[in-house]
Design a binder for this molecule. Sequence first.
Ligand SMILES: [Fe+2]
Length: 408
Amino acid sequence: MVIAGFSSNLLKATGCERIHGPKALSRARAVKVQSSLGGWKKQPLMKEMSNAVKSISSNLLQLLVDSTYKFSEQPVMNEGNFRPVNEIGEAVLLKDLEGYVPEDFPEGVYIRNGPNPLNPTKAIADSIFGSTQCTYFEGHGMLHAVYFNKNDVGEWCISYMNKYVDSETFELESKNNQLAFIPAADGQPYAMLVAFVLNMLRFGRPVKDSANTNIFEHAGRVYAIAENHLPYEINIYSLHTLGPYNVNGDWEQPFTSHPKKIPSSGELVIMGINPEKPHYLVGVISRVFYILLNLLTTNNISHEQADGQRLLHKVDLQFEESKFIHDIGVTTKYNIIMDYPLRFGISRTLLQKPIFDNDMNGKSRIGVMPRLGNVESIRWFDVGNHCSYHLFNCFEDGNEVTLNEKQK
Ligand SMILES: [Fe+2]
């Protein structure tokens, strides 16, 4: 969730270009074909041919899915608190509220993010390859915002708005209001593998950009995020999605849904996991008042340095295998690394193994890394075999570092 006051200069429209997705892939392929043949005169014909081939391939794959798969409802995903709500799109003034808002409460907005499935009646996929199903975590991200404003006579006006995060894959599925991606995150290993492959062939990625896990603020900008794709920048006034965020092109893989801001400096610490090497990266993004420090020390100031969007540090921790690590901790001086034996990877399905596997005999360790340190500077501490997703708090006390976590 994110809480933002309206008094600060919060949002600027970003010039981020959408950098991945089927459109980008098809555009890249078309350019390559045209270039290899040379001559601008051939471009319209080649473009038409490329589009035709793409269209035929897409239609054949869709035909394969339509003729092979049967989709059905997963009732628990469509009941009670899990039942999706409709998008209202525009702010609605809330009336007949109970309680009161203190006079000195700041004007601003409270936003939470969470999964809101578009097609809950098609959450199970059965085919000759086996069965797969959606998990609770796979609904498209919906932002719920409560705005606190005062009118001209100082009375509180509280309004609510919700809106889907307009990710590239949300556009795919909402365009025709039907399921596009085959559920792939849970089910029988072989069926999951086929679902991943079919999703890759049709859309250029194995699963959706759900953007449904968290919303965070950094340097006056706000982002919706899930850990399997880049964050999407959000306009908090309209809840419109402005585009994916890749730290000015310096960070091209997903990062944790729980980035940590350093209270003393304002820098943002991120980490990203990947089934392929590099399996674990740590990054540090500049703080917003970097310009102030520069003003004091040098007259050489660039716009990139000034807006708190610069990747100051990026380091590969050189993990030998992919681990599912969901969070990272910070103290004033250190990054706290969890390295627990929860392995994951799509290729595991080739061996008829589940994507996730918690090795009960595996090694668990915790790393203490200086904020801008390298892999050699990390001091590792072996701990008893366990796994956890979240850190509650980390702090320094003299020469000791303490972390609190919830064990899973
Ligand atoms: Fe989490």
